[in-house]
Design a protein around this ligand. Structure first.
Ligand SMILES: [Mn+2]
Length: 324
């Protein structure tokens, strides 16, 4: 036992509510660590939300740990994957010492501190960076690994339609013959949950459009994961480059935004509009606001109306758009 305890342990922390890019990239780093004789755990906080992502983890049998169930003190080193700053979109305590950062999100104002930093903002996916590492280190890429990384690249680039670098394409073409096409087919036809469909319908019906901004209040929700999906979907509407979808659970307002406008840093706007509990990236962000004493109100209609007014007003004033 004592012998084993002396071995180095690596915590691979992927971003909150992880997507296939984060998960597959974590998997790749774990494999690299294994090749170096380092034991590693992939840790995340939040939920594996979209039906596709749940299917992805289940079909590939990927082993992930919850941040809450592990003590970072038991690890010798922390790696941040598909995120870059402790406490930002991950549960690593602020100012923690970080050994490795591998990400493709463009860095913001905050300085990134780590012993080893590899950020390639021009890449469409962290999985592309990880594929290159596996190739360069001559590490055998298993069928599961290839399938996971390929799916990560495809989802993060929306099948090479969004922010795609030639490196993403070459990584994908390398992975394609190695991957399990049956599983990829299954992942492409995820069954959309009825609630997601309802929220989408609600989001389309209740849309409020101001220039290229679209805001939509979907009212009462049970599953907050339906919001980013709706925000994603609405972004494909003609003339819309930023979407904000929000809804209310028993005790909280959840807000989810997406943007493909390069002038917009949605994460910062969300923080400005909704405070410290908000955040994310320039093109994808979220916020939550506790209802506090208002959660007890019996008049749900009035509550929803007030929520709508407040969210719309705060967001528009943060982006500097007049609501007339
Ligand atoms: Mn990513």
């Amino acid at each position: 036992m004592a012998e084993r305890d002396k071995r180095k342990k690596l915590a691979i922390v992927i971003h909150d509510n992880p997507d296939p890019d984060a998960i597959s990239s974590g998997l790749a780093l774990k494999e690299i660590a294994k090749n170096l004789g380092v034991e590693a755990n992939i840790l995340y906080h939040g939920r594996i939300g979209h039906q596709e992502n749940k299917a992805f983890v289940n079909l590939l049998g990927i082993d992930l740990g919850k941040m809450e169930e592990h003590n970072l003190k038991n690890f010798d080193e922390i790696a941040l994957i598909d995120c870059s700053i402790p406490g930002v979109n991950n549960m690593v305590p602020l100012n923690s010492y970080v050994g490795i950062v591998i990400d493709h999100h463009p860095p913001g104002e905050t300085e990134i501190k780590a012993e080893y930093i590899d950020i390639r903002p021009n890449f469409g996916a962290t999985a592309t960076i990880m594929t290159k590492y596996l190739q360069q280190l001559n590490i055998n890429i298993s069928k599961t690994m290839a399938t996971a990384l390929l799916y990560g690249i495809r989802t993060d680039t929306q099948d090479f339609k969004r922010k795609t670098d030639p490196a993403d394409l070459s990584a994908a073409s390398y992975l394609y013959p190695l991957s399990n096409h049956g599983i990829l087919d299954q992942l492409e036809q995820p069954s959309m949950a009825i609630e997601t469909l309802e929220v989408l319908g609600e989001a389309i019906r209740n849309r409020q459009v101001l220039g290229s901004y679209l805001l939509s209040n979907v009212g009462n929700i049970r599953d907050r994961d339906t919001l980013p999906q709706a925000a994603d979907y609405l972004l494909s509407l003609e003339g819309i480059s930023t979407t904000v979808v929000f809804g209310v659970t028993e005790d909280r307002i959840y807000i989810s935004g997406r943007s493909n406008d390069i002038r917009v840093n949605l994460g910062e706007i969300m923080r400005q509009a909704f405070g410290e509990d908000a955040g994310g990236h320039a093109n994808a962000a979220g916020a939550q606001i506790p209802l506090g004493v208002f959660s007890a109100t019996k008049d749900r209609q009035t509550l929803l109306r007030l929520v709508n007014e407040a969210v719309v007003k705060r967001f528009l004033s943060a982006v500097g758009v007049e609501n007339t």
